[in-house]
Design a protein around this ligand. Structure first.
Ligand SMILES: [Zn+2]
Length: 89
């Protein structure tokens, strides 16, 4: 089975090497896409989870994606590494 990689910031599938973000040393990031992460830093470091939800929804609506798929993508954002809150028990 194919191990599909999703950006841990915006949930976009990273299915081509050129869509992967880059680390400081120029290697490909295994966690973030090129729109979120370049040279080891986030392009929008001040982005919030709510801001990202809005952005992802807008981008998907532009592509006329199904409302159910949009809701699923937006709903999965809080689970991504960038937005996950540390769990304290
Ligand atoms: Zn991304």
């Amino acid at each position: 089975m194919e191990n599909k990689q999703f950006c841990q910031s915006c949930s976009m599938p990273i299915d081509h090497a050129e869509l992967a973000g880059t680390e400081k040393d120029g290697t490909k990031s295994s966690e973030y896409c090129v729109y979120c992460y370049q040279k080891g830093a986030f392009l929008n470091p001040d982005m919030t989870l709510d801001g990202m939800k809005k952005l992802v929804r807008e981008q998907m609506e532009i592509r006329k994606m199904d409302e159910a798929i949009i809701n699923m993508a937006v709903g999965s954002l809080p689970m991504l590494k960038r937005w996950r809150k540390p769990v304290t028990i």
